[in-house]
Structure formats: C-alpha cells, structure tokens
Design a protein around this ligand. Structure first.
Ligand SMILES: Cc1ncc(COP(=O)(O)O)c(C=O)c1O
Length: 354
C-alpha cells in the first residue's frame, strides 16, 4: 500500500497529522463547539427559497467579489464598517489561510500563544510559514507584558490572537490587543469565532480597527449562527487588507449557493441568534456545577468550557464516550473541553461526568 512517505510530498509536511476532531455517531456530541440547535423551520424555508432562486443561473460563475454578502456582513458587524472593510470565504479557516498566503508564507513567520486554536499552526504549515509557539501564562491568561516580550523576541510577520480563546474560553483584555498592536512589526489577526458568546462588557477588537491598518478581526457564522455546515467565515479590516487577500484568493471561491444561503441566514439573524442566550446559560451552568463539585474550570466567554480531570485526560475522555458523551481532548495534559449545547445535553454531560 502506498503511504504519504512514498510520495514526493514537501519535506516540511512529512510526519504531520491532519486536523482531525473525531466525527463519531454518538448521542451527545459536544466536541467541536457547534451550535446544538437545528436551523429553525422559518429559516430553512427562507434559505431554501434563496437557493432555489439561484439554480437556473448556475451556468454562470458566482459574484467573484461577493459584494452583496459583504455589505450584509458589514451591516451585521456595525462599528461603521462597509463592504470594503469585509471579506468572506468558506469558513474563517479559509480567511485565515488567505491572510497567511498574503502576509506570511515561505521565509516568513507566524506566532500564536498556546494553548490556542490548533488550526492556526496547521494553516501556517500548509502555507509554508514557520510557526513560533509562544505561550500563555500557566493560568491560561495573557498579560500585555508577556505578549510584548515574546513578540519583541521573535519579531513575527504575523501574530494570531484568539478572543475568546479556544480551547481555554476566556476573552483577551483589550489592553493585550493594544499592546500587541504596538509591538508587533507585522499583521495582527484577532480570531473572534466565539465573540457572540462573550459575557457582558467584553469588548470586540472591531472597535480598534479605525486606528490600526495592520489589525484583522476574523469571525464566523459556524458557531452563534448555527451555520457550520454552510461554511461562511469573514474578516473585518482596513480596505487595503481586503485588496491584499484578493491577490491570493481563488477566483469564484465562494459559490453562488453559499452566498445566497448565507445572505438568507443573515436576514433571519434574530431567529438564529436567539439560541445564544440559551447556550450561554448552559455554559454558565456547566462552569458553576463543576466548580461546586470542586473541579477546576477556566472562565469562559465562549460556547465551551475547559475543565480539569487530572491525570490521564484521554482515559477520562474515553470513559465519557463510553457513556455516550463525546467531548474534546485538545491534547492539554489533565484537561478536557466540553461544548455548551442544549439543557438535555448538559444534563447528559454532567450525569456522565459524575
Ligand atoms: C478559534 C476558532 N477559529 C476558527 C474556527 C473555524 O471556524 P470556521 O468554521 O469558520 O472555519 C474555529 C472552529 O472551531 C475556532 O475554534
């Protein structure tokens, strides 16, 4: 049997593993921070109509620049943003890949503060960017002083911040983002995939955009909007950043059907985002219940919770799976991550953990 090693694959990809959260057929799936609520009927109907209306014209390529969708996304974000500030692609992973292609790549470096989102180093590897694994504090926080020291030491071409951070859950203090922007020589990406779940009073880096042309905020419809299967991620930045990613994007990368479905979903955002409060309630319930059981838990501004199991976290992960509850082993010794979903899913998780 031929293996990857028998092929003339790039040397820097040899021995690497693909992103691989298990997709198992389990009753309670709380391992990829999806929104557990299905798309409501009224929105299913609206998306169906919008997609149907495009079918005759599928002989034509889509709007290459997805202008109408970008205008809708800008309207959703507010902060005085317009279509020229926004770029969209098939998930925020693709947006981040395009940013690495445009601003990093061979001979350049990207830095992130671990533990953080595992795709950032994988996207760097795929684009031939050298990855610098900087560190968060032992309590998973990140202070301006620590961030600035590590950035000054490495002078990376691109910095990834993640707020709220996956897998730890906590949002960054704006002073960290400002300190990173002041010390980083290159681009600064703030991955805000979970922004809609933040606790009250947690500001978004969107507010800093007017003063910082090297700042990019990435967002997604995969989480709060419950649109993970639709694959729609986007960025907000100075229009010059949008011009730059257009140099590397594939022509017609965002299908007519994706654009139509995403616009219909956005038009019905009230019906979709109504789940956010219910999910936050379950998140806070998980945090409070685990703490009442004496389990260490990281503060969370996201739709997931990182909790300590002590010892061999993979064995604990397996024992939960044996009880029909799939959570995430992010490879952090002694800790597991669980997604906050429906009340029934929280019941199942808390029961299994007990
Ligand atoms: C921090 C973070 N960024 C981005 C993504 C990817 O989102 P998308 O579905 O938009 O590619 C995820 C998904 O889990 C994530 O946790």
């Amino acid at each position: 049997m031929t293996t990857i090693d028998d092929l003339p694959i790039r040397d820097d990809l040899r021995g690497k593993s693909p992103y691989g959260a298990p997709q198992l057929d389990v009753a309670v799936r709380l391992n990829t921070n999806e929104n557990s609520y299905p798309v409501p009927d009224a929105v299913v109907e609206a998306i169906g109509k919008a997609v149907q209306a495009e079918l005759r014209d599928l002989n034509r390529y889509p709007d290459r620049d997805a202008v109408a969708l970008r205008a809708d996304l800008a309207g959703y974000l507010g902060h005085g943003l317009a279509a020229a500030n926004v770029w969209a692609a098939n998930g925020s992973n693709e947006v981040q890949q395009q940013l690495l292609q445009a601003f990093a790549g061979p001979g350049r470096t990207a830095l992130g503060f671990g533990p953080s989102y595992s795709m950032h180093p994988l996207l760097a590897a795929g684009t031939g960017t050298r990855w610098i694994g900087a560190l968060r504090d032992p309590d998973f926080g990140l202070t301006p002083a620590s961030a600035v020291e590590q950035i000054t030491r490495h002078a990376p071409d691109l910095v990834f911040l993640c707020s709220p951070n996956n897998p730890t859950g906590t949002a960054l203090d704006p002073s960290v983002v400002e300190a990173v922007l002041a010390s980083a020589p290159g681009m600064v990406i703030v991955d805000e995939a979970y922004a809609e779940f933040a606790r009250p009073g947690t500001p978004s880096a969107l507010a800093s955009l007017p003063r910082h042309p090297r700042l990019v905020v990435t967002r997604t419809m995969s989480k709060a909007f419950g649109f993970a299967g639709g694959r729609l991620g986007y960025l907000a930045a100075d229009p010059a950043v949008v011009d730059a990613v257009q140099l590397v994007r594939l022509p017609y990368h965002l299908s007519t059907l994706t654009q139509a479905a995403a616009r219909a979903a956005l038009a019905h955002r009230a019906a979709l985002l109504v789940t956010v409060d219910a999910i936050k309630e379950q998140r806070d319930r998980i945090v409070a219940t685990l703490r009442s059981r004496g389990i260490r838990v990281a503060d969370s501004d996201a739709n997931f919770v990182l909790f300590e199991v002590g010892g061999d976290q993979h064995a604990a992960w397996q024992r939960l799976l044996d009880r029909g509850v799939l959570v995430r082993d992010v490879g952090l010794a002694g800790w597991l991550r669980v997604t906050a979903g429906t009340e029934a899913e929280t019941d199942a998780f808390l029961g299994a953990l007990q």
